[in-house]
Write a protein that binds this ligand. Structure first.
Ligand code: COM
Length: 519
């Protein structure tokens, strides 16, 4: 074990150390960082130092408590920087950039992209090099700025609800917080173990060849669509095979249809109502085709690259076996609104408690566990939260779609861009930051925005945004909408430029009228 308790490691020191460990494929000895001058009992052991554990521990520490984090990896931050959100955002940025370059190929200063296939391998390599940066920073921040105590590079073994062993030591605490995350579901279909079958973890960890010209993506959820758009943007034929209709997670028909139109325009292919029967390999054990069954019968698709976006399962087995914490049929640990499990003094946070598997929920869950452990009575109601995904665009939504609103309220008003335009002329709206070239030269790609309003109360009940800036806008709109923001109050806000501030502009254009009308 490497005891770093009394050393001061810079970000560069961490960077070098972590890079060496991954380069040599030797994860090496655990790191121990304990404050020998603090003789208090630990208030909580956070088993897992990802977004949920790291933020929970930091909050608990900030409240004056003493947390200890134990994590399997030599870095804090968990799966997010290593193979989940960070690479996903990298690939989505690549897709957005390539959409721009392909749309304007050969025009202005843009290079000719015709028939150009971009290397997926190079992008993955670039990410593998780059991810050490966030790892190093998070270790530095956690130790030097947040004063967190931790044992890294050892996943720890739960002995009982207050005791965990790690790196050859036994640690006791008043409480245990399970923050062990999730992993891609495992499958047993024929050919699941062939070389060339990936999910998001194995893609970044193990891809060792340049995928050919066809990518088959299995699944219709967020991860499947996001990675499919990335593969498509690199110039590969991309076929999405799914049981359900893609994009069904977005609760507004018009928003889905805008996105689907744009994905089809980029050449993506969708075979829904279908299932994967098997992946077929060659003599070397590499994928050469997939067999699927759809409403039109069985078919075979030639490919050397299959991506499974079929969901996550919780890392809960150890805790359910040793502690007997209650879990649902899929293994997600059940918690109450204080993040407490069925076992006294045992809390659970993050992916291991189920959906939504998003960073905000992980971090806030950790924070609520900390508050309760430190004696507050704090209830986390996830309630209405903004959701998002990437296609080639940022897509964000909140609340209900137009269809549901119409079934609930007698009078529904919709404000949207582009507006309906019976003469079919393409209107270059919403235009905004990083959408301006589209607005000028390819208006139908300049995005989509929609506010759904209960006409009687003038409250915004749903909001949908496709395009650059969507995610930023929603971070602010979400708390306002959940507090019952009206169109008049939104019209009172100050906008900086256009997108995503268009919501403000649209509201202000109508807020003056006593009787709201759509536009
Ligand atoms: C984010 C990881 S990449 S954490 O939430 O900052 O720990």
């Amino acid at each position: 074990m490497v005891d770093i308790s009394k050393s001061h490691w810079t970000v560069s020191d961490w960077h070098e150390e972590i890079e060496n460990r991954f380069a040599s494929l030797e994860r090496g000895e655990p790191f121990i960082n304990l404050n020998e001058d603090d003789h208090r009992e630990f208030d909580a052991i956070f088993l897992g130092g990802g977004a949920a554990g790291r933020f929970g521990a930091s909050y608990l520490r900030a409240m004056g408590g003493r947390p200890l984090i134990i994590d399997q990896w030599p870095f804090l931050g968990g799966s997010c920087p290593h193979h989940a959100c960070v690479p996903h955002h990298v690939f989505s940025d690549v897709a957005a950039q390539l959409l721009l370059e392909r749309t304007f190929s050969g025009k202005l200063w843009f290079q000719d992209m015709k028939d150009k296939q971009i290397s997926i391998m190079e992008i993955i390599e670039m990410f593998r090099q780059g991810r050490t940066g966030p790892h190093a920073f998070m270790n530095y921040q956690s130790k030097e700025q947040l004063d967190l105590e931790f044992v890294l590079n050892d996943q720890g073994t739960i002995l009982d609800s207050k005791t965990v062993s790690a790196a050859g030591q036994i640690y006791r605490a008043r409480n245990l917080v399970l923050a062990t995350g999730s992993r891609p579901k495992e499958f047993t279909f024929d050919g699941h173990d062939l070389s060339g079958v990936f999910e998001h973890v194995s893609l970044v960890d193990t891809l060792d060849y340049e995928p050919g010209s066809t990518a088959v993506v299995v699944g219709g959820g967020k991860t499947a669509i996001e990675y499919a758009c990335f593969f498509n943007a690199t110039g590969r034929r991309t076929i999405v095979v799914s049981r359900d209709k893609p994009l069904s997670m977005i609760p507004d028909h018009e928003t889905r249809s805008y996105l689907m139109t744009q994905m089809l325009e980029q050449g993506m292919e969708f075979i829904s109502d279908s299932e994967l029967l098997a992946v077929v390999g060659d003599r070397q054990g590499r994928v050469k085709s997939v067999r699927i069954r759809s409403s039109s019968g069985e078919a075979s698709i030639e490919t050397d690259f299959v991506f499974l976006g079929l969901g996550q399962r919780p890392n809960s087995e150890h805790a359910t076996t040793v502690l007997g914490v209650k879990a649902d049929a899929k293994g997600f640990i059940e918690v109450d609104s204080r993040m407490h499990t069925s076992v006294s003094n045992v809390y659970a946070v993050g992916d291991v408690v189920g959906f939504p598997m998003e960073m905000f929920k992980a971090r806030k869950g950790g924070m609520y566990a900390a508050r309760n452990i430190m004696g507050e009575e704090a209830h986390y109601h996830i309630g209405e939260y903004p959701d998002f995904m990437h296609t080639h665009y940022e897509v964000c939504w909140l609340g209900m779609g137009e269809e549901e609103a119409r079934s609930r309220y007698p009078e529904v008003v919709v404000l949207k861009l582009p507006p309906d335009n019976p003469d079919g002329h393409q209107i270059a709206l919403p235009a905004g930051d990083r959408m301006m070239l589209y607005a000028m030269m390819k208006p139908n790609l300049s995005g989509f925005q929609k506010l759904v309003i209960d006409g009687a109360s003038r409250r915004i009940v749903g909001a949908f945004h496709v395009g650059s800036g969507a995610k930023d806008g929603f971070q602010y709109l979400a708390p306002m909408v959940s507090r019952g923001l009206t169109v008049d109050e939104l019209g009172e806000m100050d906008e900086l430029f256009l997108n995503p501030s268009y919501f403000i502009q649209l509201c202000r254009l109508r807020a003056g009228s006593k009787v709201l009308r759509g536009m």
